[in-house]
Design a protein around this ligand. Structure first.
Ligand code: G
Ligand code: G
Ligand code: MN
Length: 392
């Protein structure tokens, strides 16, 4: 049975032939082209589902071909092939992904048969990246301070909860709360569009209080009787409030949630904003029993310094590494190293951006503690999260 159509672009016909045979073995039809002109012609005529593109060619190189594919908004699965070193291949992969192409993987010559077969099967795997919570395009809509103030007053923030699993057992370990704003005119607004404004105009303290109050209430009602954790994101500006640690402690006691169940996530770049202040305030949070997690680890400026210096208890491996662990040797190596680094420092590790089962298995194998991502679940509304827990 035919599973798809592979269009090969390679200036070496023998290599094209080899790829074709592998594709045939995987149940795909295939067609070989030796230059970019023929390639684009067949692309339009034959409507392939898979593309194998050689990086280094005489007329138009693979990077240019992929740029053009991106401009055409091509949805076919792309496999990048080449004899160049793996770091160059990896950079080409990243460039293609950042251009929005659906990259299935990279293959260095000589090809490994199982690896290629795997990639050819992968196409349906471009899993739902967006999740089912709809995003709103804010192009036409300008949020103002007044608006945000009114929204907070009217309690328009809504919480989504994303499940986290223990890698070792596959059991539920807890939830991360991710805030959204249900705006009366603009619809559902994602945090990237209003958190920076809240920070800028001095409303973040109020916002964080509402997120904590609302999520602790939900957690107390639905998870209080189980050994689960709740993770909340805070902003560096929250730490400017001297009483922050006390306020969090008060909210925990209001909802009867033990401080040890709450993990406070702070991105490493925020932790650096005012290093001395953060050191004091983060230390106070730890002294009260809260867990502290360094979020998006690996993306900041001086990750190692902050990790050694500040009293974190958990590291969250940034999703840019985790998401690509199955298609990039480099991403896999960075993920493993961060998990090992965390373990060596006596910290827990959570991988975010787990989008397939292979990645989850890999994380278990390297001893990562927890996993979070679309493969497990997208962020869910409170009632959906309760239903999810029943079924898990
Ligand atoms: O699902 P997602 O688009 O929700 O989240 C986007 C970003 O917004 C993430 O980096 C996340 O850390 C941040 N974020 C989500 N909820 C909160 C929150 O309650 N407070 C802060 N400060 N950041 C949040
Ligand atoms: O706080 P932080 O920056 O870690 O927020 C997590 C962000 O990642 C949120 O925007 C959330 O919706 C998103 N997210 C969660 N799981 C996945 C995943 O598997 N893939 C991708 N691409 N994003 C994810
Ligand atoms: Mn987070």
């Amino acid at each position: 049975m035919t599973e798809g159509r592979l269009l090969v672009l390679d200036d070496d016909a023998d290599v094209g032939q080899t790829l074709g045979m592998i594709a045939e073995g995987a149940g795909l039809e295939w067609l070989y082209t030796g230059n970019a002109g023929d390639f684009f012609h067949q692309l339009a005529q034959w409507n392939p589902t898979h593309l194998a593109i050689d990086l280094v060619m005489p007329d138009m190189d693979g990077v240019q071909v992929m740029q053009k594919l991106a401009e055409m908004d091509c949805r076919a699965g792309v496999i990048i092939t080449s004899g160049v070193g793996s770091r160059v291949l990896d950079a080409a992969r990243r460039s293609a992904s950042e251009h929005g192409l659906n990259v299935l993987g990279v293959a260095s010559k000589p090809f490994s048969l199982p690896t290629l077969r795997d990639m050819l099967r992968r196409r349906g795997n471009g899993a739902a990246r967006i999740g089912h919570l709809q995003h709103f395009s804010l192009d036409q809509f300008q949020i103002t301070r007044e608006d945000l103030e009114r929204g907070l007053e009217a309690r328009e923030l809504v919480m989504a909860y994303q499940p986290k699993l223990h890698c070792g057992t596959g059991e539920l370990s807890g939830f991360e709360v991710l805030v959204r704003w249900q705006h009366p005119e603009a619809g559902l607004i994602m945090p990237d569009h209003f958190i920076p404004l809240a920070e800028e105009v001095g409303l973040i303290t109020l916002l964080t209080q509402q997120v904590l109050d609302s999520s602790l209430s939900w957690f107390a009602h639905h998870c209080g009787h189980r050994p689960l954790t709740l993770a909340v994101n805070i902003s560096a500006r929250d730490l400017v409030e001297f009483r922050f640690a006390d306020q969090v402690a008060e909210l925990c006691s209001k909802w009867n949630v033990a401080p040890e169940t709450l993990t406070i996530e702070l991105t490493e770049s925020s932790a650096m904003e005012d290093p001395v202040l953060s050191l004091d305030l983060l230390t106070r949070l730890r002294m009260k029993g809260f867990h502290l997690s360094i979020d998006d680890f690996g993306t900041g400026f001086s990750s190692m310094v902050q990790l050694a210096r500040l009293p974190f208890s958990e590291v969250k491996v940034d999703k840019s590494f985790v998401m690509n662990a199955m298609i990039s040797t480099e991403a896999r190596t960075v993920t493993r190293s961060i998990v090992e680094l965390a373990a060596n420092l006596g910290l827990k590790s959570t991988a975010e951006g787990v989008e397939d089962g292979e990645t989850l298995a890999f994380l278990k194998e390297i001893g990562c503690d927890q996993a979070q991502g679309y493969y497990i679940s997208v962020p869910l509304w409170g009632d959906e999260a309760v239903a999810w827990m029943k079924n898990h």
